[in-house]
Structure formats: C-alpha cells, structure tokens
Design a protein around this ligand. Structure first.
Ligand SMILES: *Cc1c(COP(=O)(O)O)cnc(C)c1O
Length: 395
C-alpha cells in the first residue's frame, strides 16, 4: 500500500535534479538534453532578450558545442564561433547565409570536392553566380571580379596536389575591393596558419579532420570577424538545422586536447616519409610543401613558416593496376578517403574524390592513375617507412 502511495507522488518519467555536492566532475559532462527548463516566463523573456544567460533548445545552442567552439576560437584568435554538424554545414552556412540571389562568389578551382559541387551546381539554382580560378594566381582572381562579386573562398593547401594559394596577394585584393575573404583552414589548421592574421574575414574548419583527430565524429566550425556576419551565419545554421549533437561535440573536445601533440608528431612523420618516398624505386614524384622541390616552396615558407603539415602526395610510376597492387600489398595502411586520423590513411583521388572529374582535367592537374594522397598519422616512424617500402616494392 505504501508503495502505491509513493507511486502516486513520484513518477518514473519526471527527472530528478542531480544532487550537488562540494566536488565536481573532472571531465566535461556530456549534456545530451535537447531542451532546457526555464523557471518562469519572465526568465524566458530575459533569456531571449539577452539580459540572462541560459539555453533553451539544443538546435539553437548547447553547452558541449559552446565549450568546443570557445577552444577553437582560442586557437584561431577569433570569437563567437559556431559548431556545425559537419564541415560542409559550415561551408553551406557561410555561402547561403551571407549571399543572396544576384550575388557572385569566386572560389579556388581545387577546393574540397563537395565545396566545388555546392558552388558549381547548387548555388546557381538560387541565382548565385560562381567563378572558379587558380588560387595560386592572384591576378586571375582579380580578373574574375565582377560588380556583383561579394566573396572569395580559399583553401590554403589544395587537395590533392598540395599547391599553396597566394593568400597574401588575394587578401590584399579582397580588402581593396571590399570582398569577404573566407578561408577553409582544414588542411593547415591554426598550428600552421592563422587566416585572421592574414586578413581573412571568415574562417571555416572541418573539425572532422585534424582537430577532432580520431575519425569518429563529423563536425564543422565557422566564425567571422564581423558580428553581423556571425549573426547571419548563426541564424541560417539554426533555421536550416545545420547544428551539431552534444555527443559529437563532447568527443571532439576530448580529441582536441591532444591536437598540438598529434599535429607535431604527424608533421614530423610526414617530413620523414616524404624524403623516404623520394628515395624509393617506383616513385615518380613526391609533393610535400616542406621539400625544396615543391613547386610553391617559396610561398610555403612565407605562409606556413616551416609548419608543412601532415599531408604528402606522390605518384607511382605505373598504371592503375600498379597502383592497385600497391594498395593491396599492405592492408595495414588503411585505404580510406579521409584525412587527419591518428592512423595513416591512403587515398587514390582518381577513384574517389576526383572520379567524376574528366580525365583531361585530371591530367592537367597532375592527378594520374598512379597518384596517391597520404594523410600521415602518429605511428612510430620506423613502422610507417617500412610499410611504404613494402607497398612500393609491389608496384
Ligand atoms: C573534409 C573537408 C570538408 C568537409 O568537411 P566534412 O566534415 O566532411 O563535412 C571541407 N573542406 C575541407 C578542406 C575538407 O578537407
């Protein structure tokens, strides 16, 4: 009978408040709640009016996203950054949150594949014009400017040929012509390059890659110098639901603690691997911004100041069958089209990111059937060099 009485006053579905004590958790709590409880109507008015701090609904913001955003703000020297559900969500929020029908945007012609697709195929459906030009050529960028041009979107290091954009030259033009300069800093990361210091107005990341670093979350980040831009990007992202889950933000924050250590180790490995590959039989050419034979070496030194990154590309002397033999020879080297994981991954642009690109265009870019891109991880270097020695022996 007593149990029944209790059951009337307490119900399983109503959440009890967590007991607070004099201690606190060491680790950031994961706050999965999709909704927040306010004590009164007047408090809710104060929250929406900005005179009281408090979350309302997780699509509009939640603690795990904010904690992660503040850490990336710190790395980039920005403020008020927003975490999005993916890197592409961040790119989309910038392009569609700030541009309108009739506007025009210029992009590098070797941007990330989906960014290229968004610019080429999707923006035009909304009346936004696009031009794609060689980001290594500031004069070509200037020549593409039209009266209705509003924005330039760049990546510092191109994918997969690792060419270096003329960010300094293009930033000067953007400033003189009043254009919004957006830099996708995913490949370079703030360890190698800080776009705001170079004159960028907006910085984007695929947090999925090196920042989270364990290939187990899909997230993005964006912030702008201008508060009006930040608000427009935020409103577009929240309205269209480009926002992230608490769990992924929690995982990414955990990954971020070791980002500088991972980056430094992966970069040292990449440097050693690039030199090792250059000495192996069956390797036609190696592309690494830290090598003297890189086509944009002077610009790499100027922009990256010795932080040459964890990405190495190379070409084997052979056709696709030879490339395939190499992939199969060392299954421990993960053949996967991503980057920034703790483990080294190998990708073959001709059959993945660039499979839809016409053969002649690929040839012009130097992406042959024997072209590989390596995202170098943090393994012991001896293991890595040995893996590639065995892989190349199969070519
Ligand atoms: C991966 C990547 C993106 C897209 O990020 P997702 O998190 O996969 O959506 C955008 N830009 C660059 C340079 C990337 O490498």
């Amino acid at each position: 009978m007593a149990d029944r009485e209790n059951a009337r006053r307490e119900t399983l579905v109503r959440r009890a408040e967590l007991r607070e004590g004099v201690s606190r958790p060491l680790v950031t709590p994961l706050l999965q709640s999709a909704v927040y409880v306010s004590p009164s109507i007047e408090t809710l008015h104060a929250q929406y009016g900005g005179t009281a701090q408090g979350y309302t609904y997780a699509r509009e913001g939640h603690p795990n996203a904010d904690l992660l955003a503040r850490k990336i703000d710190m790395l980039e020297g920005g403020e008020g950054g927003l975490i999005t559900g993916s890197g592409m969500a961040a790119v989309t929020a910038v392009l569609m949150g700030l541009l309108s029908s009739g506007d025009h945007v210029i992009g590098g012609d070797q941007l990330y594949g989906r960014s290229l697709r968004l610019m080429n195929q999707d923006l035009s459906r909304f009346g936004i014009g696009t031009s794609l030009v060689d980001a290594g050529d500031a004069a070509a960028v200037e020549a593409a400017i039209r009266p209705e041009t509003k924005m330039i979107l760049l990546e510092v290091v191109s994918n997969p040929t690792l060419r270096i954009a003329d960010v300094a030259g293009i930033a000067k033009i953007a400033k003189a012509r009043g254009l919004i300069l957006v830099v996708d800093n995913t490949f370079t990361t703030p360890r190698a390059f800080r776009p705001f210091e170079m004159g960028a107005d907006i910085v984007i990341h695929s947090v999925t890659k090196l920042l989270a670093g364990h290939a187990d979350v899909t997230l993005g980040y964006v912030t702008a110098r201008d508060a009006g831009h930040r608000k427009a990007i935020y409103d577009f992202a929240v309205t269209t639901g480009l926002t992230p889950s608490p769990y992924e933000c929690w995982l990414a924050e955990r990954g971020l603690y070791t980002f500088p250590l991972r980056y430094d180790r992966a970069e040292a490995n990449a440097r050693a691997l690039a030199d090792h590959l250059a000495g192996l039989k069956g390797v036609k050419r190696v592309i690494y911004p830290g090598r003297d034979d890189h086509p944009d070496r002077a610009r790499a030194v100027e922009l990256l100041q010795g932080r040459d990154g964890n990405m190495v590309s190379f070409e084997v002397d052979g056709d696709e069958a030879a490339a395939n033999r190499m992939v199969k020879a060392v299954p421990e080297l993960a053949f996967a089209p991503t980057l920034g994981d703790v483990a080294t991954t190998l990708s073959h642009p001709g059959s993945s990111s660039h499979r839809a690109v016409a053969r002649e265009t690929r040839a012009k870019l130097g992406i042959s059937d024997g072209f590989f891109r390596v995202s170098v991880g943090i393994e012991e270097i001896e293991i890595l060099l040995d893996d590639f020695t065995r892989a190349l022996a199969a070519v």
